[in-house]
Design a protein around this ligand. Structure first.
Ligand SMILES: Nc1nc2c(ncn2[C@@H]2O[C@H](COP(=O)(O)OP(=O)(O)OP(=O)(O)O)[C@@H](O)[C@H]2O)c(=O)[nH]1
Length: 283
């Protein structure tokens, strides 16, 4: 049976939950089944119900109240608690052996950069529960319209890729918010960026001043851009969740995930009329 999991990761407010809902809606439109798994102990209510919810095990609200921890310390405590109770996750996921699971993850990026809990949970799902996992990492397009910020975001995504050790898809979210022609032209270059973009003449004036006055800055930029290129972080898929129906960007991303996770259409649960047809064939 096909066991596929999509980890939806990225900084706070980047559009992770909205993207999860868009995947659900797209799956529905294609007659495919998928289940949402909430791994954010601080999540609030949202459009599609979570089939599995970490808050049934532990919630940030309870931790903050009972242990008097702040939001970040509380979140780390929640993940350490989850690690000690992985049998809970096994039981929950065990009920969905042949499904497509979408994991909505928290927005605290320390979970993707150095705190080991998230990679350990991911490894458990991958190795003990035999899921084909894929990480989708969202960066907000309106935040990266200038090149230095784009490469900074790309490094953040690369750090997650290295830390999670999962097949990785980079996504530029909220593309509909890029409105003026100049920014649209600029952001298009980031979908398949040339590492030499940071050397280009069109770079922002304030950065150009810094570059001209400080050759070390120019050298550093060049090295970072080359590093991003060497790691193959050359592709970002655009995402626009403002359109609910016929969402081409979600369709393309799901097709990429299917390809990476080797999701097999033939392993989907069959429709009742298919079974009847099969019985007829056997007779
Ligand atoms: N215009 C536009 N707004 C979006 C898009 N995707 C998400 N948003 C908005 O961005 C805000 C944050 O979206 P969420 O989906 O909650 O973001 P998140 O990453 O899950 O947030 P946290 O769980 O708090 O980290 C909401 O107001 C969404 O409506 C998009 O494609 N276009």
């Amino acid at each position: 049976m096909s066991k596929v999991g999509v980890m939806v990761m990225g900084p706070a407010g980047v559009g992770k939950t909205t993207f999860c809902n868009s995947i659900m809606s797209y799956m529905e439109s294609q007659g495919r089944t998928a289940n949402l798994v909430n791994l954010d102990p601080a999540a609030t209510a949202q459009e599609y119900a979570f089939t599995i919810d970490i808050r049934d095990l532990i919630s940030l609200e309870d931790v903050e109240e009972e242990l008097k921890l702040g939001p970040n310390g509380g979140l780390i405590y929640c993940f350490e608690f989850l690690l000690k109770n992985l049998d809970w996750l096994d039981e929950q996921i065990g009920d969905y052996p042949d499904d497509y699971l979408i994991f909505d993850c928290p927005g605290q990026i320390e979970l993707y950069s150095h705190i080991p809990a998230m990679p350990m949970v991911v490894k458990h799902i991958q190795q003990q529960l035999n899921f084909n996992l894929c990480c989708t990492y969202l960066i907000e397009a309106p935040f990266v319209v200038d090149r230095a910020k784009f490469f900074s975001g790309a490094l953040e995504a690369m750090s997650t890729m290295i830390f999670m050790e999962l097949p990785h898809v980079n996504i530029l979210s909220k593309m509909d918010l890029i409105k003026d022609t100049m920014s649209k032209r600029e952001i298009r270059k980031f979908l398949c960026p040339d590492p030499m973009l940071l050397e280009d003449d069109e770079i922002h004036d304030d950065q150009k001043d810094l570059m001209l006055s400080n050759p070390k800055f120019r050298k550093l930029n060049k090295a970072i851009a080359q590093l991003v290129d060497d790691f193959g972080m050359v592709q970002f898929l655009p995402l626009d969740c403002s359109e609910k129906d016929q969402n081409e960007s979600v369709r393309t991303i799901v097709a990429t995930i299917d390809n990476i996770t080797q999701w097999d259409e033939n392993q989907e649960p069959k429709e009742p009329h298919d079974e009847e047809e099969e019985e007829d064939d056997e007779e």
